[in-house]
Design a protein around this ligand. Structure first.
Ligand SMILES: [Zn+2]
Ligand SMILES: [Zn+2]
Length: 137
């Protein structure tokens, strides 16, 4: 696939990744709903060391539905949500997929935090669904 590239709506912050995505999916957690102002976020997870961000992205530290720290990176100029990280997934950066330059290759395969999914949200396709984070607990 093509190199992952994207940025905020005003263009001050740009990012790129040389690595293939670790996973792609929908996140229905409360903090994604808050930070995107929408019903869920579409995330493309990449290894943090492979991600290059140019421009001064602002990071807000909060707590996720897991109770652990989450870090929400956004453009301080236009407010676009760009990249999220969570302490439960070290060295993984979750790109908000709506900010990608090219979204034609997106193929979300899973849904996480379905416990807080808005009741009328339904997607067409086959997705692995998790009530919270994938994995044990
Ligand atoms: Zn911006
Ligand atoms: Zn989320």
């Amino acid at each position: 696939m093509a190199k992952i590239e994207g940025g905020c709506s005003c263009g001050k912050i740009r990012y790129s990744s040389d690595a293939e995505p670790i996973f792609q999916g929908f996140c229905h957690c409360k903090s994604c709903q808050k930070t995107t102002g929408s019903s869920y976020s579409i995330v493309v997870a990449v290894p943090t060391p492979a991600l290059t961000v140019t421009g001064a992205m602002k990071v807000h530290d909060g707590k996720g539905d897991s109770g652990q720290g989450t870090h929400h990176g956004f453009c301080p100029e236009c407010g676009s949500p760009l990249i999220g990280t969570a302490d439960v997934m070290p060295n993984v950066s979750m790109i908000r997929a709506g900010t990608l330059d090219d979204t034609s290759w997106l193929k979300p395969a899973m849904q996480i935090y379905c416990d807080s999914k808005m009741p009328w949200v339904s997607m067409t396709g086959e997705f692995q669904s998790f009530p919270k984070m994938p994995g044990p607990g």
